[in-house]
Design a protein around this ligand. Structure first.
Ligand code: BGC
Length: 256
């Protein structure tokens, strides 16, 4: 399917993990993609090459979404290279494990800066451009089941994802009159570098999978299909909701 033909998408954190999966999928769907990355140029280049091989177009942009100059460059890259942008996927995210009573201010600030503040101000620039051009648009935030579900040891992460939930709800209302839809995709346990510590521990993975009714961890591709739907014309009347992709993890309770 080429549901995103003629569209331009900016995807943050697209050199790895879920962001990379979404970028590749958007490329297959015909979108032109701005591949934002920070730590891993080789990963971003792999994303770009995969999109080119599927007949699409992409450009990699090194931009730290916590820096104002960088987010301006990221938005400019879309307009300079492809003439505009239609879709923003706020995917870049991080998590740090620490007991609540040990969490330093620097850790709180960093997690909030990447997961929430970065999405806030990048979205603001994106929306200003659309508003000035009188163009509709799509915003998809990759949050987490932890925008709703507790995750002991990851309170900063949960605070940031909970904030992203209200960010989405507020923007859906405030931007609706501009023709901009806003939704969250909430992945569960997806095998990506964000949880490499967990993936390295077979026993922890087995315990986690026992809690997932579909019996496996998810893949970036599992998330990408939903993001593509929300970004496409098929999602035109869908705004203001969170869509969970977690193999029913959130609904699971077992006595064992
Ligand atoms: C986190 C993972 C966690 C998963 C399920 C994700 O949002 O990034 O570390 O395994 O949620 O709890």
């Amino acid at each position: 399917m080429r549901r995103l033909a003629g569209k331009v998408a900016i995807i943050t954190g697209a050199g790895t993990g879920i962001g990379q999966g979404i970028a590749k999928r958007f490329g297959c769907e015909g979108a032109k993609v701005i591949v934002d990355y920070i730590g891993d140029p080789a990963g971003a280049e792999e994303t770009r090459r995969a999109i080119a091989q599927s007949g699409g177009e992409a450009e990699t942009v090194l931009a730290d979404i916590t820096r104002s100059d960088d987010i301006r460059n990221l938005i400019d890259a879309a307009w300079n290279r492809f003439g505009s942008a239609d879709i923003l996927v706020n995917n870049a995210g991080m998590e740090v494990k620490s007991d609540f009573w040990e969490t330093p201010e620097t850790e709180f600030d960093k997690v909030m800066a990447v997961n929430m503040r970065g999405a806030f101000f990048l979205t603001q620039l994106f929306v200003r451009r659309l508003r000035d051009a009188k163009k509709p648009g799509r915003i998809v935030n990759i949050s987490s089941v932890h925008e709703d579900m507790a995750f002991p040891g990851f309170t900063t992460y949960c605070c940031s994802k909970g904030a992203l939930r209200m960010f989405m709800r507020n923007l859906a209302v405030e931007l609706g009159p501009l023709g901009i839809t806003v939704n969250n995709v909430a992945p569960g346990a997806i095998a990506t570098p964000i949880n490499e510590d967990l993936l390295a521990d077979k026993r922890k993975v087995e315990a986690l999978v026992r809690n997932i009714p579909l019996g496996r961890m998810g893949t970036p591709e599992d998330v990408a299909g939903l993001a593509a739907f929300l970004a496409s014309d098929e999602g035109a009347y869908v705004s203001g909701s969170t869509f969970v992709v977690d193999g029913a993890l959130m609904r699971s309770y077992r006595e064992q």
